[in-house]
Design a protein around this ligand. Structure first.
Ligand SMILES: *[C@@H]1O[C@H](CO)[C@@H](O)[C@H](O)[C@H]1NC(C)=O
Length: 435
């Protein structure tokens, strides 16, 4: 069923590319939480940039709050790393108005932009330095034409002012060049749709560009305050499919390194960069395999031809049924954002989620422990499915079989009947693997 949907969506994307009025370049970014890079050196940044570049990403959105002494220091390290690699990868700043306890003063925004916007590594779009935000709706006037920021630096401005809602942005269209919606996870026990994206696209009109958020997962686990889950599950595959329908100018993968919210796709560096309380849920739970299909997804989003030269799979799942541990206060949805709380164990599904990128039709098999393998008919191109745990436990084996012979196969982490965490809590984070 998912397969049919994806073929339909690619047909829609192909048609709409002929009717696009703009020929401006489409770009894909990843969101870096600069506050979680305290242990980074220039060489750590070089490694991040090389991996992001290899995945087909164009730039990092460097998101930082104010005041935070790590932010200026790590932005400097990131630019030094990028300039020394000179591989075409770019950086831009996303001013986080909620992340540092204080909104960004316009003078600080201006000094950072004046300092870095002339770097070969700073992303320019329509010949202007590209700038974004996380919220900041109390400071909208700074970004008015001739205002405290724009009067000093002529930026290409694509803020996330999602809290305004699509009806609220209309009054501020003169202040923006594009819009970024943070609404990229579903509400409660449901799957994400593109409805909110289409509402934003409609609200900003065809003169403005749209930046669409794509996230693989969400489990906020930092200690102190509300801990909550939004449904990940099929999201990584579903959301990329929605990108092909919405056809935005920019995509931002959220995130590269948000350990405290389990949305990361970048490499783990050290527990010192993980917010306190989150390490127990992040350690030994790699997400780097989420990047494996990015070259395909990004090329497809841009309308570029992608040559599938080998059979690949990526697969992700929690390592025990949700009821196999204590909820430990974790909520489904976030009441602090006005959402209705639902049972967290109704939000997450006890399933193995898996995608295959195939050179030609093949059978994909999934086997949990010693239970019988289940077969799925794969088509050439992208495929996505899920399979219930059904009480089964053990190491999970994934195979691509063609003409009766196993072409490729690998095993993923073991599923156990109950949580393996020493604190007895359910880990709502996912393990991710690939071949
Ligand atoms: C300006 O850039 C230099 C590195 O080139 C950095 O050391 C300094 O902190 C930056 N200043 C501001 C205000 O960002």
């Amino acid at each position: 069923m998912k397969r049919t949907t994806s073929l339909f969506l690619s047909a829609v994307a192909a048609t709409s590319s002929f009717t696009r009025l703009t020929t401006a370049q489409k770009l894909a970014f990843a969101h870096v939480v600069v506050g979680d890079t305290a242990a980074h050196t220039q060489s750590t940044w070089e490694n991040d940039i090389k991996l992001a570049h290899a995945a087909g990403l164009d730039a990092f959105a460097l998101n930082g709050g104010f005041p935070d002494s790590n932010v200026p220091k790590q932005i400097a390290n990131a630019f030094a790393a990028c300039e020394s690699l000179a591989n075409g990868f770019k950086l831009f700043v996303a001013f986080d108005y909620l992340g540092g306890g204080q909104p960004w003063p316009a003078s600080e925004v201006v000094s950072i932009l004046q300092n870095y916007s002339s770097s070969d590594c700073y992303l320019h779009y329509s010949n202007r330095p590209f700038v974004s935000t996380f919220e900041g709706t109390g400071n909208i006037d700074d970004w008015a034409p001739g205002g405290a920021v724009r009067g000093a630096v002529d930026v290409y401005f694509v803020p996330d002012w999602t809290s305004l809602g699509p009806t609220g942005i209309g009054a501020h269209l003169d202040n923006i060049d594009g819009f970024f919606s943070w609404d990229m996870w579903p509400n409660g026990a449901s799957d994400m749709t593109a409805d909110h994206d289409l509402a934003w696209v409609n609200a900003i009109g065809s003169e403005k560009t749209y930046m669409m958020g794509v996230s693989p997962w969400f489990f906020h686990s930092a200690s102190g305050g509300t801990d909550w889950v939004w449904r990940g599950d099929d999201l990584w595959a579903d959301r990329w499919n929605q990108v092909m329908t919405v056809d935005p100018q920019f995509v931002q993968v959220v995130t590269w390194n948000d350990w405290g919210e389990a949305s990361y796709i970048g490499p783990f560096v050290t527990d010192n960069e993980v917010p306190s309380g989150s390490s127990v849920y992040v350690d030994n739970m790699p997400h780097e395999s989420f990047r494996d299909f990015l070259p395909y997804y990004i090329a497809t989003f841009k309308g570029d031809k992608f040559d599938i030269s080998r059979d690949q799979m990526q697969y992700w799942y929690r390592l025990a049924p949700a009821a196999g541990g204590s909820e430990c206060g974790v909520l489904g949805n976030n009441p602090d954002q006005g959402q209705t709380v639902v049972d967290v164990n109704s939000v997450v599904q006890d399933k193995v989620f898996f995608s295959a990128l195939l050179t030609s039709p093949a059978t994909v098999q999934v086997q949990i422990g010693n239970n019988p393998a289940v077969s799925y008919d794969g088509v050439a191109g992208i495929n996505h499915w899920n399979q219930d745990f059904n009480g089964q436990t053990g190491v999970v084996k994934f195979s691509v079989v063609r003409n009766g012979a196993t072409v490729k196969s690998n095993t993923g982490a073991e599923i156990t009947a109950s949580t393996s965490l020493a604190n007895g809590c359910t880990n709502y984070n996912t393990w991710v693997g690939s071949f």
